[in-house]
Design a protein. Structure first.
Length: 132
């Protein structure tokens, strides 16, 4: 799931935020919105064509780190910030407008490579990360 998060210090919208309120906040973004057709469509339908994010980054891990320590808000995959949510350094903000679609991840590999240790390790980590 894609969730709106911020530092746990920002509690003003902890009960929910409207789209008009969200557009007035310091909103940070990453290019992952364009990763799937569904996310791109949601983004284009949600944000005005002339909207400019306060900050846009190309690396989502840096965005997550910035959000946990700062005053901005951002949409990120929930699995990326699970530990931050558990240790209460970040909070999710409920949306009072349609939420982004779920992000599905697919992996392809050559059949004759599936037995390789590195491939098995990657698949195990991915499975563990997505389940946690």
């Amino acid at each position: 799931d894609i969730v709106l998060v911020t530092s746990s210090q920002n509690t003003i919208y902890s009960k929910g935020v409207t789209l008009s309120e969200l557009l007035s906040l310091p909103l940070y973004s990453s290019d992952y919105f364009m990763i799937t057709k569904d996310l791109t469509q949601w983004y284009n339908e949600t944000f005005p064509s002339n909207y400019h994010f306060t900050l846009k980054m190309d690396i989502i891990w840096k965005l997550c780190s910035l959000l946990s320590s700062g005053n901005g808000y951002g949409f990120v995959p929930k699995s990326f910030v699970k530990k931050n949510l558990e240790n209460h350094s970040m909070i999710t903000i409920p949306l009072n407008f349609p939420a982004p679609p779920s992000l599905k991840i697919y992996v392809t590999a050559k059949k004759n490579h599936l037995h390789l240790y590195k491939v098995q390790q990657f698949l195990h980590e991915l499975h563990h990360h997505m389940r946690s």
